[in-house]
Design a protein. Structure first.
Length: 147
């Protein structure tokens, strides 16, 4: 089950953490998301005190991986002790266009014959899905240790 909460900490997000197996923290590189992350991590520490088996992981979203801003955000996450998925979801027009029409970037069944290779967006989403499922495994090392 996936519970998607508002991007800011609210009662719903806290309640979701209490029943979750995995807290996934998507962050867009930048100061605003890093500031909001501090609140999220404080609530996560509270939830983990009551549920030590709870795991958490961050993922960079809408990122331009080679930029200074993305590197700074990644450094800040590591400094805060937040485990990160290796997959970075890029700032892809294809994702924005799919979202605008209520769709997704993954092909429904067979790829378009004109497309010999899946797009970068498709490859990133597939890698994200694999890593997220792996993080749900009881053997996963993903956790967010309290300071």
């Amino acid at each position: 089950m996936v519970i998607d909460t508002a991007p800011r900490i609210a009662d719903g997000a806290t309640a979701a953490m209490m029943v979750a197996d995995l807290v996934l923290i998507p962050l867009t590189p930048g100061r605003f998301d890093l500031r909001a992350m501090a609140q999220t991590l404080a609530k996560l520490d509270e939830a983990m005190a009551l549920r030590p088996e709870l795991r958490a992981v961050a993922v960079l979203n809408k990122a331009k991986k080679q930029t200074k801003l993305a590197r700074e955000t990644e450094r800040a996450l590591r400094a805060a002790g937040v485990p990160m998925l290796e997959t970075v979801i890029g700032d892809r027009v294809e994702i924005g266009e799919a979202t605008a029409i209520g769709s997704h970037v993954l092909p429904e069944s067979t790829p378009n014959p004109k497309d010999a290779e899946p797009s970068r967006a498709v490859r990133e989403m597939r890698a994200f899905a694999r890593e997220t499922l792996a993080a749900l495994s009881p053997e996963s090392d993903y956790a967010c240790p309290a300071d």
